[in-house]
Ligand binder design. Structure first.
Ligand SMILES: [Zn+2]
Length: 407
Protein backbone atom coordinates (compact mmCIF):
# COMPACT_ATOMS: atom_id res chain seq x y z
CA UNK A 1 0.00 0.00 0.00
CA UNK A 2 2.67 2.49 1.09
CA UNK A 3 4.52 2.20 -2.20
CA UNK A 4 1.47 3.42 -4.11
CA UNK A 5 1.53 6.71 -2.21
CA UNK A 6 3.54 9.25 -4.26
CA UNK A 7 5.19 10.75 -1.15
CA UNK A 8 6.15 7.32 0.20
CA UNK A 9 7.62 6.33 -3.16
CA UNK A 10 9.66 9.50 -3.29
CA UNK A 11 11.01 8.86 0.23
CA UNK A 12 11.89 5.30 -0.54
CA UNK A 13 13.71 6.51 -3.60
CA UNK A 14 15.59 9.22 -1.63
CA UNK A 15 16.55 6.85 1.18
CA UNK A 16 18.07 4.38 -1.19
CA UNK A 17 19.78 7.12 -3.24
CA UNK A 18 21.35 8.81 -0.18
CA UNK A 19 22.39 5.48 1.31
CA UNK A 20 24.10 4.68 -1.93
CA UNK A 21 26.15 7.87 -1.97
CA UNK A 22 26.80 8.06 1.82
CA UNK A 23 24.52 11.05 2.50
CA UNK A 24 24.77 13.30 5.56
CA UNK A 25 22.85 12.58 8.78
CA UNK A 26 20.51 15.52 8.11
CA UNK A 27 19.54 14.16 4.75
CA UNK A 28 18.92 10.73 6.29
CA UNK A 29 16.60 12.20 8.99
CA UNK A 30 14.59 14.03 6.39
CA UNK A 31 14.23 10.84 4.48
CA UNK A 32 12.90 8.75 7.41
CA UNK A 33 9.62 7.07 6.45
CA UNK A 34 6.52 8.39 8.26
CA UNK A 35 5.74 5.12 10.03
CA UNK A 36 9.05 5.33 11.91
CA UNK A 37 8.77 8.95 13.04
CA UNK A 38 5.34 10.51 12.75
CA UNK A 39 5.37 14.10 11.57
CA UNK A 40 2.81 15.12 14.22
CA UNK A 41 2.69 13.79 17.76
CA UNK A 42 -0.84 13.49 19.18
CA UNK A 43 -1.58 16.21 21.75
CA UNK A 44 -4.60 16.13 24.03
CA UNK A 45 -6.58 19.36 23.91
CA UNK A 46 -6.40 19.69 27.70
CA UNK A 47 -2.59 19.67 27.46
CA UNK A 48 -2.49 22.45 24.86
CA UNK A 49 -1.39 25.58 26.73
CA UNK A 50 -0.10 27.96 24.07
CA UNK A 51 1.81 31.04 25.24
CA UNK A 52 1.06 34.14 23.21
CA UNK A 53 4.13 35.57 21.49
CA UNK A 54 2.52 38.99 21.09
CA UNK A 55 4.30 41.94 22.62
CA UNK A 56 1.43 44.27 23.43
CA UNK A 57 0.81 46.69 26.33
CA UNK A 58 -0.49 45.12 29.54
CA UNK A 59 -2.27 47.53 31.82
CA UNK A 60 -2.71 46.46 35.39
CA UNK A 61 -5.82 48.01 36.95
CA UNK A 62 -5.61 47.47 40.69
CA UNK A 63 -8.92 49.14 41.49
CA UNK A 64 -11.83 50.50 39.50
CA UNK A 65 -11.53 54.10 38.37
CA UNK A 66 -14.91 54.97 39.95
CA UNK A 67 -16.86 53.42 42.82
CA UNK A 68 -18.61 50.27 41.68
CA UNK A 69 -22.01 48.77 42.36
CA UNK A 70 -21.92 45.08 41.45
CA UNK A 71 -25.56 44.21 40.77
CA UNK A 72 -25.00 40.50 40.23
CA UNK A 73 -23.44 38.53 43.07
CA UNK A 74 -24.21 35.35 44.96
CA UNK A 75 -22.48 36.03 48.26
CA UNK A 76 -25.23 33.94 49.82
CA UNK A 77 -26.96 31.27 47.81
CA UNK A 78 -29.59 28.71 48.73
CA UNK A 79 -30.70 25.58 46.88
CA UNK A 80 -33.78 26.88 45.11
CA UNK A 81 -35.64 23.73 44.15
CA UNK A 82 -35.78 20.40 45.96
CA UNK A 83 -32.96 18.23 44.71
CA UNK A 84 -31.59 20.92 42.39
CA UNK A 85 -28.70 23.11 43.44
CA UNK A 86 -28.88 25.45 40.51
CA UNK A 87 -25.96 27.82 40.47
CA UNK A 88 -22.30 27.57 41.22
CA UNK A 89 -22.19 26.90 44.93
CA UNK A 90 -25.17 26.65 47.23
CA UNK A 91 -23.98 27.93 50.57
CA UNK A 92 -24.18 30.48 53.30
CA UNK A 93 -20.64 31.57 54.10
CA UNK A 94 -19.35 32.19 57.64
CA UNK A 95 -19.33 35.78 58.98
CA UNK A 96 -15.51 36.02 58.87
CA UNK A 97 -15.59 35.37 55.15
CA UNK A 98 -18.17 38.14 54.73
CA UNK A 99 -15.77 40.50 56.54
CA UNK A 100 -12.95 39.43 54.23
CA UNK A 101 -15.11 40.19 51.19
CA UNK A 102 -15.64 43.73 52.48
CA UNK A 103 -11.85 44.18 52.75
CA UNK A 104 -11.51 42.97 49.18
CA UNK A 105 -14.24 45.42 48.11
CA UNK A 106 -12.29 48.31 49.68
CA UNK A 107 -9.16 47.19 47.87
CA UNK A 108 -10.97 47.10 44.51
CA UNK A 109 -13.17 50.21 44.95
CA UNK A 110 -16.37 48.20 45.02
CA UNK A 111 -18.78 50.28 47.06
CA UNK A 112 -21.72 47.91 47.09
CA UNK A 113 -22.62 44.35 46.18
CA UNK A 114 -26.17 43.35 45.46
CA UNK A 115 -26.69 39.78 46.53
CA UNK A 116 -29.22 38.33 44.14
CA UNK A 117 -29.94 34.94 45.69
CA UNK A 118 -31.30 36.05 49.04
CA UNK A 119 -34.07 33.47 49.38
CA UNK A 120 -37.42 34.31 50.95
CA UNK A 121 -39.01 34.09 54.41
CA UNK A 122 -36.60 32.78 57.05
CA UNK A 123 -33.73 32.56 54.59
CA UNK A 124 -34.21 36.15 53.50
CA UNK A 125 -34.10 37.14 57.17
CA UNK A 126 -30.83 35.22 57.52
CA UNK A 127 -29.39 36.97 54.44
CA UNK A 128 -30.36 40.41 55.73
CA UNK A 129 -28.84 39.75 59.14
CA UNK A 130 -25.70 38.08 57.81
CA UNK A 131 -24.92 40.55 55.01
CA UNK A 132 -26.99 43.72 54.89
CA UNK A 133 -26.97 44.46 58.62
CA UNK A 134 -23.48 43.19 59.33
CA UNK A 135 -21.92 45.78 57.00
CA UNK A 136 -24.43 48.58 56.50
CA UNK A 137 -24.17 50.20 53.09
CA UNK A 138 -21.98 47.46 51.59
CA UNK A 139 -24.54 44.79 50.72
CA UNK A 140 -28.15 44.78 49.57
CA UNK A 141 -30.12 41.69 48.76
CA UNK A 142 -32.86 40.55 46.43
CA UNK A 143 -35.50 37.98 47.26
CA UNK A 144 -36.47 34.90 45.23
CA UNK A 145 -39.81 33.35 44.30
CA UNK A 146 -40.88 30.29 46.29
CA UNK A 147 -40.81 27.89 43.34
CA UNK A 148 -41.60 24.84 45.43
CA UNK A 149 -44.99 26.29 46.36
CA UNK A 150 -46.25 26.60 42.80
CA UNK A 151 -48.31 23.41 43.18
CA UNK A 152 -50.30 24.92 46.04
CA UNK A 153 -53.69 26.48 45.34
CA UNK A 154 -53.66 30.29 45.41
CA UNK A 155 -49.91 30.40 44.74
CA UNK A 156 -50.15 33.33 42.32
CA UNK A 157 -51.79 35.67 44.84
CA UNK A 158 -49.64 34.42 47.73
CA UNK A 159 -46.43 34.96 45.76
CA UNK A 160 -47.38 38.54 44.88
CA UNK A 161 -48.04 39.25 48.56
CA UNK A 162 -44.86 37.48 49.61
CA UNK A 163 -42.67 39.84 47.61
CA UNK A 164 -44.39 42.77 49.33
CA UNK A 165 -43.44 41.16 52.67
CA UNK A 166 -39.90 40.67 51.35
CA UNK A 167 -39.68 44.36 50.51
CA UNK A 168 -40.77 45.22 54.04
CA UNK A 169 -38.00 42.99 55.34
CA UNK A 170 -35.49 44.88 53.20
CA UNK A 171 -35.25 43.13 49.83
CA UNK A 172 -34.49 45.50 46.92
CA UNK A 173 -35.32 43.29 43.95
CA UNK A 174 -36.34 39.82 42.80
CA UNK A 175 -33.96 37.27 41.32
CA UNK A 176 -35.30 34.70 38.89
CA UNK A 177 -32.82 31.90 38.23
CA UNK A 178 -32.86 29.78 35.08
CA UNK A 179 -34.89 27.36 37.19
CA UNK A 180 -37.84 29.04 35.50
CA UNK A 181 -37.86 27.64 31.99
CA UNK A 182 -35.32 24.84 32.44
CA UNK A 183 -35.95 23.04 35.74
CA UNK A 184 -39.30 23.90 37.31
CA UNK A 185 -41.96 21.39 36.30
CA UNK A 186 -45.66 20.98 37.00
CA UNK A 187 -44.89 18.52 39.80
CA UNK A 188 -41.71 20.44 40.70
CA UNK A 189 -39.14 17.99 39.35
CA UNK A 190 -41.51 15.92 37.19
CA UNK A 191 -44.06 16.58 34.48
CA UNK A 192 -43.95 19.25 31.80
CA UNK A 193 -41.65 22.24 32.21
CA UNK A 194 -43.40 25.42 33.33
CA UNK A 195 -43.05 28.21 30.79
CA UNK A 196 -41.35 31.51 31.60
CA UNK A 197 -44.54 33.40 30.70
CA UNK A 198 -46.85 31.13 32.69
CA UNK A 199 -49.77 33.32 33.88
CA UNK A 200 -49.35 32.10 37.48
CA UNK A 201 -46.46 34.56 37.81
CA UNK A 202 -48.28 37.56 36.37
CA UNK A 203 -49.43 38.91 39.77
CA UNK A 204 -45.80 38.73 40.97
CA UNK A 205 -44.37 40.58 37.95
CA UNK A 206 -47.09 43.20 38.30
CA UNK A 207 -46.53 43.62 42.05
CA UNK A 208 -42.79 44.01 41.44
CA UNK A 209 -43.54 47.06 39.29
CA UNK A 210 -45.91 48.57 41.85
CA UNK A 211 -43.43 48.00 44.69
CA UNK A 212 -40.48 49.34 42.69
CA UNK A 213 -38.54 46.06 42.90
CA UNK A 214 -36.47 45.40 39.76
CA UNK A 215 -36.60 41.80 38.51
CA UNK A 216 -33.17 40.32 37.71
CA UNK A 217 -33.93 37.52 35.31
CA UNK A 218 -31.73 34.75 33.96
CA UNK A 219 -33.44 32.87 31.14
CA UNK A 220 -31.74 30.14 29.09
CA UNK A 221 -27.91 29.97 28.87
CA UNK A 222 -25.11 30.35 26.29
CA UNK A 223 -26.06 29.37 22.72
CA UNK A 224 -23.55 26.52 22.77
CA UNK A 225 -25.46 24.86 25.64
CA UNK A 226 -28.37 24.36 23.24
CA UNK A 227 -26.44 22.74 20.39
CA UNK A 228 -24.98 19.21 20.14
CA UNK A 229 -21.94 18.60 22.35
CA UNK A 230 -19.61 17.57 19.57
CA UNK A 231 -16.35 18.71 17.98
CA UNK A 232 -18.04 21.79 16.50
CA UNK A 233 -19.25 23.07 19.87
CA UNK A 234 -17.18 26.11 20.88
CA UNK A 235 -17.66 25.27 24.57
CA UNK A 236 -16.96 21.57 24.23
CA UNK A 237 -14.45 21.46 27.08
CA UNK A 238 -16.70 23.37 29.46
CA UNK A 239 -19.62 21.07 28.68
CA UNK A 240 -17.30 18.11 29.14
CA UNK A 241 -16.49 19.41 32.63
CA UNK A 242 -20.17 20.14 33.37
CA UNK A 243 -22.30 17.75 31.30
CA UNK A 244 -25.47 18.78 33.14
CA UNK A 245 -25.15 22.29 31.68
CA UNK A 246 -26.21 21.10 28.23
CA UNK A 247 -29.87 21.70 27.44
CA UNK A 248 -29.75 20.17 24.02
CA UNK A 249 -32.43 17.61 23.24
CA UNK A 250 -34.73 15.89 25.77
CA UNK A 251 -37.85 17.99 26.33
CA UNK A 252 -36.03 21.30 26.64
CA UNK A 253 -37.40 24.26 24.72
CA UNK A 254 -35.05 25.85 22.21
CA UNK A 255 -33.17 28.94 23.29
CA UNK A 256 -35.21 31.27 21.02
CA UNK A 257 -38.42 29.84 22.53
CA UNK A 258 -37.19 30.54 26.06
CA UNK A 259 -36.11 34.10 25.25
CA UNK A 260 -39.35 34.83 23.37
CA UNK A 261 -41.34 33.75 26.46
CA UNK A 262 -39.21 36.02 28.66
CA UNK A 263 -39.70 38.91 26.26
CA UNK A 264 -43.48 38.43 26.36
CA UNK A 265 -43.27 38.86 30.14
CA UNK A 266 -41.22 42.05 29.75
CA UNK A 267 -43.74 43.39 27.18
CA UNK A 268 -46.76 42.45 29.32
CA UNK A 269 -45.45 44.33 32.38
CA UNK A 270 -44.11 47.64 31.07
CA UNK A 271 -44.08 49.26 34.52
CA UNK A 272 -41.81 46.57 35.93
CA UNK A 273 -38.04 46.98 35.51
CA UNK A 274 -36.32 43.84 34.23
CA UNK A 275 -32.56 43.38 34.42
CA UNK A 276 -31.62 40.78 31.83
CA UNK A 277 -28.66 39.16 33.52
CA UNK A 278 -25.74 38.03 31.32
CA UNK A 279 -26.45 40.67 28.63
CA UNK A 280 -30.07 39.49 28.52
CA UNK A 281 -28.62 36.02 27.92
CA UNK A 282 -27.68 36.71 24.35
CA UNK A 283 -24.23 38.34 24.25
CA UNK A 284 -23.48 36.19 21.19
CA UNK A 285 -25.83 38.46 19.22
CA UNK A 286 -25.60 42.07 20.35
CA UNK A 287 -27.72 43.20 17.40
CA UNK A 288 -30.58 41.18 18.81
CA UNK A 289 -30.03 42.46 22.36
CA UNK A 290 -30.00 46.00 20.90
CA UNK A 291 -33.37 45.37 19.24
CA UNK A 292 -34.81 44.25 22.59
CA UNK A 293 -33.43 47.33 24.36
CA UNK A 294 -35.04 49.48 21.65
CA UNK A 295 -38.33 47.64 21.95
CA UNK A 296 -38.61 47.40 25.76
CA UNK A 297 -37.77 50.60 27.64
CA UNK A 298 -38.15 48.67 30.93
CA UNK A 299 -35.26 46.32 30.06
CA UNK A 300 -31.71 46.75 31.40
CA UNK A 301 -28.79 44.34 31.13
CA UNK A 302 -25.82 43.34 33.24
CA UNK A 303 -22.57 41.84 31.94
CA UNK A 304 -21.94 39.13 34.56
CA UNK A 305 -19.73 36.20 33.47
CA UNK A 306 -19.95 37.23 29.81
CA UNK A 307 -16.61 38.97 29.20
CA UNK A 308 -15.67 35.99 27.05
CA UNK A 309 -18.46 36.94 24.64
CA UNK A 310 -18.24 40.74 24.83
CA UNK A 311 -14.46 40.91 24.72
CA UNK A 312 -14.01 38.83 21.58
CA UNK A 313 -16.15 41.28 19.58
CA UNK A 314 -14.61 44.50 20.91
CA UNK A 315 -15.69 46.79 18.04
CA UNK A 316 -19.31 45.70 18.29
CA UNK A 317 -19.24 45.63 22.09
CA UNK A 318 -17.81 49.14 22.34
CA UNK A 319 -20.53 50.54 20.06
CA UNK A 320 -23.12 48.66 22.12
CA UNK A 321 -21.81 50.15 25.38
CA UNK A 322 -21.74 53.66 23.93
CA UNK A 323 -25.23 53.44 22.48
CA UNK A 324 -26.85 51.81 25.54
CA UNK A 325 -24.70 53.51 28.18
CA UNK A 326 -27.80 54.25 30.29
CA UNK A 327 -29.04 50.65 30.24
CA UNK A 328 -25.94 48.56 31.03
CA UNK A 329 -25.09 47.62 34.63
CA UNK A 330 -21.86 46.31 36.10
CA UNK A 331 -22.32 42.74 37.34
CA UNK A 332 -19.95 39.81 37.74
CA UNK A 333 -21.95 36.81 38.99
CA UNK A 334 -19.36 36.70 41.80
CA UNK A 335 -19.72 33.66 44.02
CA UNK A 336 -17.43 32.77 46.94
CA UNK A 337 -15.55 29.45 46.81
CA UNK A 338 -16.38 28.94 43.13
CA UNK A 339 -12.96 27.50 42.20
CA UNK A 340 -14.53 25.31 39.56
CA UNK A 341 -15.89 28.43 37.80
CA UNK A 342 -12.92 30.84 37.83
CA UNK A 343 -14.83 33.35 35.66
CA UNK A 344 -17.09 34.06 38.65
CA UNK A 345 -14.95 33.10 41.64
CA UNK A 346 -15.12 35.99 44.11
CA UNK A 347 -11.42 36.90 44.09
CA UNK A 348 -9.60 40.18 43.29
CA UNK A 349 -8.12 39.01 39.96
CA UNK A 350 -11.55 38.12 38.62
CA UNK A 351 -12.82 41.68 39.22
CA UNK A 352 -9.63 43.23 37.82
CA UNK A 353 -10.27 41.59 34.44
CA UNK A 354 -13.60 43.44 34.28
CA UNK A 355 -11.84 46.72 35.04
CA UNK A 356 -9.24 46.02 32.37
CA UNK A 357 -11.92 45.17 29.80
CA UNK A 358 -13.95 48.30 30.52
CA UNK A 359 -11.14 50.81 31.10
CA UNK A 360 -8.31 49.85 28.70
CA UNK A 361 -7.71 49.10 25.04
CA UNK A 362 -5.40 46.19 25.96
CA UNK A 363 -5.37 43.38 23.45
CA UNK A 364 -5.63 39.63 23.66
CA UNK A 365 -5.84 38.88 27.37
CA UNK A 366 -7.58 36.21 29.43
CA UNK A 367 -11.22 36.77 30.35
CA UNK A 368 -10.81 34.64 33.45
CA UNK A 369 -7.96 34.03 35.91
CA UNK A 370 -7.34 30.43 34.84
CA UNK A 371 -4.59 28.53 32.97
CA UNK A 372 -7.10 27.39 30.34
CA UNK A 373 -9.96 29.72 29.33
CA UNK A 374 -12.92 28.01 31.04
CA UNK A 375 -15.73 29.08 28.70
CA UNK A 376 -14.00 28.51 25.39
CA UNK A 377 -10.49 28.77 23.94
CA UNK A 378 -10.20 32.39 23.02
CA UNK A 379 -9.02 35.67 24.55
CA UNK A 380 -10.45 39.16 24.74
CA UNK A 381 -9.77 42.83 23.99
CA UNK A 382 -10.52 45.91 26.07
CA UNK A 383 -13.08 48.50 24.99
CA UNK A 384 -11.60 51.57 26.76
CA UNK A 385 -14.80 53.38 27.71
CA UNK A 386 -14.77 57.14 28.29
CA UNK A 387 -15.13 58.34 31.89
CA UNK A 388 -18.76 59.54 31.56
CA UNK A 389 -19.80 56.09 30.32
CA UNK A 390 -17.71 54.25 32.91
CA UNK A 391 -19.39 56.19 35.73
CA UNK A 392 -22.80 55.13 34.46
CA UNK A 393 -21.92 51.47 33.95
CA UNK A 394 -19.95 51.13 37.18
CA UNK A 395 -22.34 53.03 39.37
CA UNK A 396 -24.99 55.49 38.28
CA UNK A 397 -27.29 53.24 36.25
CA UNK A 398 -27.58 50.85 39.19
CA UNK A 399 -27.92 53.75 41.62
CA UNK A 400 -30.91 55.01 39.64
CA UNK A 401 -32.64 51.59 39.61
CA UNK A 402 -32.06 50.93 43.29
CA UNK A 403 -32.75 54.45 44.60
CA UNK A 404 -29.17 55.30 45.62
CA UNK A 405 -27.19 58.54 45.28
CA UNK A 406 -25.28 59.05 42.00
CA UNK A 407 -21.57 59.93 41.94
ZN1 LIG B 1 -25.79 34.62 38.60
Amino acid sequence: MASTHPEASRRTFLTSSFAAVGATAVACRRAAPPEEKPAKAPLALEDFRPISMLKVPETRIEKAKFPVIDVHTHVYMYPSLPGKDVGAVAAVIPPEQVDQIVKLMDELNIKLMINSTGGYGERLKQTIEGLVQRHPGRFLTMTEPAWERITEPGYDKWQAEEIARAKEMGAVGIKVLKILGLYLRERLTEGPLIKVDDPRFDPMWEAAGKLGLPVAIHTSDPDAFFTPVDNRNERWEELGNHPDWSFYGKDYPTKPELLAARNRVIARHPKTIFIGYHVANHPEDLAEVSSWLDQYPNLYVDIGARLGELGRQPYTARKFFLKYQDRILFGTDATPNADAYPQQDLKPEMFRIYFRFLETMDEYFDYSPAPTPPQGRWRIYGIGLPDEVLKKVYHNNAARLFGLKPI
